[in-house]
Write a protein that binds this ligand. Sequence first.
Ligand SMILES: [Zn+2]
Length: 314
Amino acid sequence: MTLNTFLKLDPAYRDYVWGGEKLRPGFNPTAEAWVVWENDPILTGPLKGLTLGQAAAQYGESLLGARPVSRTGTRFPLLVKLLDCAQWLSLQVHPDDKLALELEGPNQFGKTEAWHILDSEPDAKLIAGLKPNTSADTVAEAIRNQTVIEHVQYAAVGQGDTIFMPAGTLHALGPGLLVYEVQQTSDWTYRVYDWGRPQTETRRLHIEKSIRATRPDFTAPIVPMPACGDGACHMLAQCDYFTLDMLCAASRAIELDTRGESFHAITLIEGRAALVAGDERVELEKFQTAVVPASLGAYRFEPQMSCRALKSSV
Ligand SMILES: [Zn+2]
C-alpha cells in the first residue's frame, strides 16, 4: 500500500522545572515540545485524527519503511523533542539495548541520542561524559555519594553544533540552550544527579542503574555546523538508529526520496517552506513538523524564504 500524503503533526508540550519561554510564548515555562512522538495527533490528510503511533501500527512498512520495521517492528522508532533549557537539566545516562533488556525486560530498548543546538546564549555549556581516565570504581563511588559532578567533562557549545551521544554517556544540558534532540523511542532515563533539587515521586535518582549504565570512557563528539549551501542537504550525525541531516535552502528546492527504506521526519527550524509531491503539499512554519511516509517516494523541499530544516530518518 502506498501512503502518498504528508503527515503534519500536533506536538505535545511538557513543563518541567528547568523550562524557558522560547517554544510557546505565553505558556511559561515550557520545557519541551515533542514534535515527533508516537502519541502526537496527525493534523492533515486522510489519516487526520489518528496518532502517529496508531498510524504506524496500522500502515506498518508503508509508513515506517523496510529498515525500521526489520529492527523494531511497527512501533514508531524515533522521538524528536525541542528543549528550551533555562536551568541545568539533571545529569543522566541511558542504557544501551542490551542493558535495557536485562534491567527493564523484554521489548525494552536503550537510548542513543543526538543534539543539534538551535540557539544559545554566550558561555552556554553542557556535560558530555567524564574527565579522561576516570575509573569505573571512582565513578561508582562518586555516583553513590553524589559527588560525580566533580568528575564530569564540560563542553562549550553554540548555535549549529551537533553532539552525538551514544547510550552509556553521562550527559546534561545547561542553561541558555535551545536544542533539537533526536533519540530512540525508549522509556529509560536514569537520573544520576539533580543539582540538589528535592527528590519527588516523578523526579527520583536511579543510583544503581546509573552505575550499571555508565561507560566511563564514553565521550560525545561535537561537530560544528557545515557551511550552508542553497539547496543543500548536509549529514550531521549517523548511527545504527538514526540519521540526522540538515536541509539548507534560500531559493533552490531540494529533491528528496524516501525510497521505501525509511520515513523522513522534517522539522523546520528557520524560515518557511513547503513539502511537495505531485498534488500533495504541506506548509511548514518554524518548529512545525511533518512526517513523510516511506512509501511516498520522491518529494521536494521548497523554500519560501531563507530556511533550514532538520531531517531525521532511520
Ligand atoms: Zn538523555
